[in-house]
Write a protein that binds this ligand. Sequence first.
Ligand code: PXL
Length: 274
Amino acid sequence: MEYKRILTIQDISCVGQCSMTVALPVLSACGHETCILPTALLSTHTGGFGKPHVVYFDEALEGMWRHWQENEIAFDAILVGYLGSTGAIRMTEEIIDHLRAYDGVVIVDPVFGDHGKLYSGFDGAYVQAMKGLCQKADIIIPNITEAAMLCGLHYQEQLTEEYTQKLLTELNHPCVILTGTGFEPGTTGATLREGERQILYTHPKVGKNCHGTGDLFAACFTGALMQGKSNEKAVQIAADFVCSAIRKTVEAPVHWYGVKFEQALPELIRRLQE
Ligand code: PXL
């Protein structure tokens, strides 16, 4: 097994099974040393508990990474998720410039919206700043809403292959994993486009849309990639892991705010050892 040092930069939503509370256990389960930089502390995520109590860490971020720099700490991978402010986006760019290892990989999930809408608290300036950050990434993992907003296209609820191609072309990024791309009823999937190559990995759609699954996918993809899996294989492993976590959740309607990914971890660990 590989043992890489990964930094993940995102918020801590104390309750709600998303962002850091998902990324840290998943990356650890994938066998890696996982360092964290929380950009904000929220009582819950913003998707259904009402207005959370929020503390932003913008002022603290520079002191944190400068201290790492003094210690010559560098990261084999940097995984970026929900950041919460344009200040945190700017700091993340500095961290990428200064603390990525020589052959370090930068993965950005530009978390800012879903179902055609921005998450609460975000605006056009945040999207533009995120667009700049995506240019520094080796791999970006937007959903359809984020992809549409990043390239200034209208959001199309009924997904077609033609619209998906348009999004992928307009994004004009060397490596994109576009999530939520299922074209047959009852299916969903992820499309990997790297250079000229494009692969759609589909699987049956389980349950309804669950909160936090994008964060889970990005963390699992990163963990698998850093175990030496190809981009394509890491997409498959991440998609299957998310599916399995959703299956463990759909039986429990009271568990509306996240997915029970913890119970799918043993399966993921076994698969990574294959
Ligand atoms: O799962 C993405 C996410 C992460 N962090 C916070 C969120 C959301 C989505 O709503 O609100 C705080």
